[in-house]
Design a protein around this ligand. Structure first.
Ligand code: DGY
Length: 320
């Protein structure tokens, strides 16, 4: 019997082409709908490989059900949706998609920083709503980006790519990371700060830290209180790193000036989400890495990882 692969979302035919000759491939045939948990659990019982999305809870029950499961390739750099220790215990390889999405995610992070500080959405809506009657000195005046201080929380590859963009804007770069990275400091002209120092000094606080037990609600009410009243907060990591109620209150009461958000505590959010009622919020539907080029590269990397493991070769981008 051919080894089999289950893909939890509809992917383009040309992406899965390399599987077709040698493997039995099944796919959840919807692009914009997650596979129901019960179906995922049932499929996991019989397959050698899973190609999963960040929206799929790959928990211990799914992993233990996978009696012939050898590899889980998750279409994201973040893997907080996968119980990696449970997979390790069963000898199942877990892969993610680092590197290929670094620049696209940094671009989007910087776009959010710029859109929020220069009020791009408000301004675009202003003109669309036919409200532009005259030029005026302070019409939709935002905040400068150049020569300001950007504070990057999480100086992995995406953090470093954001720092490279920031240096093109003559920004002062400070960062906080679990481990200090002297080489990156020298290369990027970045200065290490404690988390507390960073949030008090930064004009732009950029959250790029992965979601773990330790980082859940890292950005709490107390932390927003310590930020400058003029600070802009940008999150392109994971929603649960932020206490969203505290963020809403901080934006409403002027404790901070604005937020650019690509991720939310519970996704997807509806149009009635409180944060969407605020003019000083620019919100996006988790599209950090979503360019055609990058999403294609991410899908291809998942396929290559699965092929490598099923062929008995080392995976390209294993976790851990
Ligand atoms: C990731 O790769 O973790 C991103 O959130 C997907 O865009």
């Amino acid at each position: 019997m051919k080894p089999s692969i289950y893909i939890t979302r509809k992917l383009p035919a040309e992406i899965i082409e390399p599987f077709m000759q040698r493997y039995t491939v099944e796919m959840w045939e919807h692009e914009d709908q997650s596979v129901p948990y019960e179906i995922l659990l049932e499929k996991a019982k019989h397959v050698d490989a899973l190609l999963t999305m960040l929206t799929d809870p790959i928990n211990k029950q799914i992993i233990d059900a996978g009696q012939s499961l050898k590899v889980i390739a998750n279409l994201a750099v973040g893997y907080d949706n996968v119980d990696v220790p449970a997979a390790k215990e069963r000898g199942i390889v877990v892969c993610n998609t680092p590197n290929v999405l670094t620049d696209s995610t940094a671009d989007l992070t910087f776009a959010l920083l710029m859109a929020t500080s220069r009020r791009i959405l408000e301004a675009a809506n202003f003109i669309k709503e036919n409200r532009w009657k005259n030029w005026s000195p302070l019409l939709l005046a935002g905040k400068d980006i150049h020569h300001k201080t950007v504070g990057i929380v999480g100086m992995g590859s995406i953090g470093q790519a954001v720092a490279r963009r920031a240096s093109g804007f003559d920004m002062k770069i400070i960062y906080y990371n679990r481990a200090r990275n002297i080489e990156a400091e020298q290369r990027l002209g970045a200065t290490y700060a404690s988390f507390d120092e960073l949030i008090q000094m930064a004009d732009f606080v950029i959250c790029l830290t992965p979601l773990t037990e330790e980082t859940k609600h890292l950005f709490s009410r107390d932390i927003f209180k310590k930020m400058k009243n003029s600070a802009i907060f940008v999150n392109t990591s994971r929603g649960p790193v932020v206490d969203e109620e505290a963020l809403y209150d901080a934006l409403l009461t002027g404790e901070i000036a604005g937020a650019g958000l690509d991720v939310f505590e519970t996704e997807p959010i509806g149009a009635d989400h409180p944060l969407l009622t605020l003019d000083n919020v620019v919100a996006l539907p988790h599209i950090g890495s979503s360019s055609m080029e990058t999403r294609t590269a991410m899908m291809n990397l998942c396929v290559e990882n699965i092929l490598a493991v099923l062929d008995g070769d080392p995976p390209i981008t294993p976790i851990g």
